[in-house]
Design a protein around this ligand. Structure first.
Ligand SMILES: [Fe+2]
Length: 211
């Protein structure tokens, strides 16, 4: 039986932006001001997603687990602290202005691999616990609760990096849910932010399916 995968959409968005980050950090010329500015812009979006993601899991997903099975996600909570420390370390290096582009790139890749391991654990271990403790309907409620807790700009960032990395079926399902709950202008903004991120064909399929 296919169950709802609560981590699927946000983790695909994170993998998408982490890949862009390591690709960009490895290919730019750190002496070129414009390229550094472009990397900084991507990094700001990446940190906004990473920081909000840890909060969403802790304030919603993990809190629900904790209510039903106290102590069951202590490993995940400790790992979140480790991720936060790594994020801070990387942010510190960036703010200090990397003096050696290659060293920064290596550090970026180390962060990427640590984070990928973290989300792999959640998708293979924590997700099974969610399935054991909650119905799909309850998992949808958790997702709606998370979406409602976000500022519009934050939600748009998730759409921007999550849609191109997701299947069309999942993108349509997420946006259909959003369309049902959000004002038309917000739904239009969600479509607009995806237009430059998706191929022309995929964007047309998305628009058609949601009309
Ligand atoms: Fe997590």
């Amino acid at each position: 039986m296919n169950r709802l995968r609560a981590f699927d959409f946000p983790h695909k968005a994170l993998r998408n932006i982490l890949s862009k980050f390591s690709h960009q950090a490895g290919s730019i010329n750190f002496n070129n001001q414009q390229e550094v500015v472009d990397l900084q812009k991507l990094v700001n979006e990446m940190f906004a997603l990473l920081e909000s993601h840890l909060c969403h899991e802790e304030n919603h997903t993990f809190r629900h687990i904790e209510t039903k099975r106290p102590g069951a996600i202590s490993f995940e909570l400790n790992d979140h602290q480790r991720m936060e420390a790594l994020q801070e370390e990387l942010k510190h290096q960036l703010n200090a202005g990397p003096t050696n582009g290659h060293d920064f790139y290596i550090q970026a890749c180390k962060f990427q691999s640590e984070y990928l391991n973290h989300i792999h654990h959640e998708e293979t271990i924590t997700e099974k616990l969610l399935w054991e403790l909650f119905t799909d309907e309850e998992l949808i409620e958790h997702r709606t609760e998370i979406m409602k807790s976000m500022e519009p700009e934050q939600l748009m960032l998730w759409f921007k990096h999550g849609m191109p990395a997701s299947t069309m079926a999942d993108s349509i399902a997420v946006l259909a849910g959003f369309k049902a709950a959000a004002p038309p202008s917000a739904f239009q903004a969600a479509l607009n932010i995806n237009k430059p991120e998706l191929s022309k064909d995929k964007f047309e399929v998305l628009v058609l399916a949601l009309n």
